[in-house]
Design a protein around this ligand. Structure first.
Ligand code: DAH
Length: 344
């Protein structure tokens, strides 16, 4: 059992308490618990006070009260110093104000345009398909009617994978058409978004990496008129109901006949004249009726089925939509650029 309480001990305890550094909120809380807490020093002293003999009770009681008061003063002083420090650090700040808010991210402009294009085609019954970026010669060229050594292959400067000459980075998403025709039975309507690669010098107008959306519609009795109507509908949804389109004859190995689709941009400003080369028209995609040889090579019977295909560059459409003059901006990931596009 502990000794009976005496003044000497109280003086020693007070000296110890005064020596404690109460300079942080944590230290102050520790002091409160060890002195005033339910298992603390004062509880212990109160118990021992009960054993003080009657004739000393009065005097010891006063001493104990003085000790308690001194501890409380130590605590209160340290506490008000810490409060003042906290106020100084946060002065001018109103803790009841709402915080600055969480910074919300934004979608990349190319993601917004890709999503808008896919949504428009989804409403016309097209579903999304995906294919690999590293492809073989068959899916990128041969299966699409590009003969070996044919100059049409030069239209697309290809990155080859050195250890295997049959492997390359796809130069267009048309490769996904071949894959999907090989594995599906018609009818089907597909849109195929993806990244493509070409060995081209990087400039404001071209890049070695860019994005395309490919489309493919195969069924019985699909005609050029179906294609034109589908693509007109698409252009109206993307650019507005009064958009004008035209189809210009063109050449692609995998479509026959082939066309390029232009939208009318206008000739109002000098910039309009420059970007449309004085015509007022801007090309936005290639398209055509899938060549029967391509259907055949992928296992679709050209006697039974026909279809159309189209392919467009996402960057080009985004540049038109938002009048962006330099393709490289899409790949720099400068947030001052990216965050400007909250919706398509
Ligand atoms: N693959 C072509 C290119 O990258 C674009 C294209 C043209 C895709 C005509 C098609 C098409 O599906 O029918 O330049």
């Amino acid at each position: 059992m502990a000794d009976i309480l005496d003044r000497v001990e109280l003086d020693r305890l007070l000296t110890e308490a005064q020596a404690e550094a109460l300079e942080t909120p944590e230290a102050l809380e520790e002091f409160r618990i060890t002195h005033f807490g339910r298992q603390g020093l004062l509880k212990d002293l109160n118990e021992r006070f009960r054993q003080v003999p009657g004739e000393q009770k009065r005097e010891m009681g006063q001493a104990l009260n003085a000790f308690k008061g001194a501890l409380q003063t130590l605590f209160d002083e340290a506490s008000s110093i810490l409060d003042a420090q906290f106020d100084a650090q946060t002065s001018g700040q109103d803790p009841t104000l709402p915080s600055g808010g969480v910074k919300v991210g934004s979608h990349h402009p190319l993601s917004l345009v890709r999503r808008e294009i896919l949504d428009i085609f989804a409403r016309m019954g097209f579903v999304v398909a995906d294919g690999p970026e590293i492809e073989d010669d068959w899916h990128v060229f041969s299966g699409l009617n590009f003969p070996e050594e044919h100059p049409a292959r030069d239209m697309q400067d290809t990155f080859f994978i050195q250890r295997d000459p049959d492997l390359l980075l796809r130069t267009h998403t048309s490769s996904v058409q071949v894959r999907e025709m090989e594995r599906r039975d018609p009818p089907f309507r597909l849109v195929m978004p993806g990244r493509v690669f070409r060995n081209e010098a990087i400039s404001a107008r071209s890049h070695c990496i860019f994005h395309q959306v490919e489309g493919l519609y195969i069924d019985k009795g699909v005609s050029f008129a179906d294609m034109k109507q589908t693509l007109l509908m698409f252009a109206q949804q993307l650019f507005g109901a009064d958009v004008k389109i035209r189809l210009r004859p063109s050449y692609f190995p995998f479509t026959e006949p082939s066309a390029e689709m232009d939208v009318y941009w206008g000739l109002k400003t000098e910039v309009d004249k420059r970007i449309t080369k004085g015509t007022g028209w801007l090309e936005i995609m290639g398209c055509g009726m899938v060549d029967p040889a391509v259907l055949e090579a992928s296992g679709v019977d050209p006697e039974v089925y026909s279809g159309f295909a189209f392919g467009m560059g996402i960057e080009r459409i985004a540049m038109l939509k938002w009048q962006i003059g330099d393709l490289r901006l899409f790949f720099e990931n400068d947030m001052r650029f990216n965050a400007q596009f909250t919706r398509a």
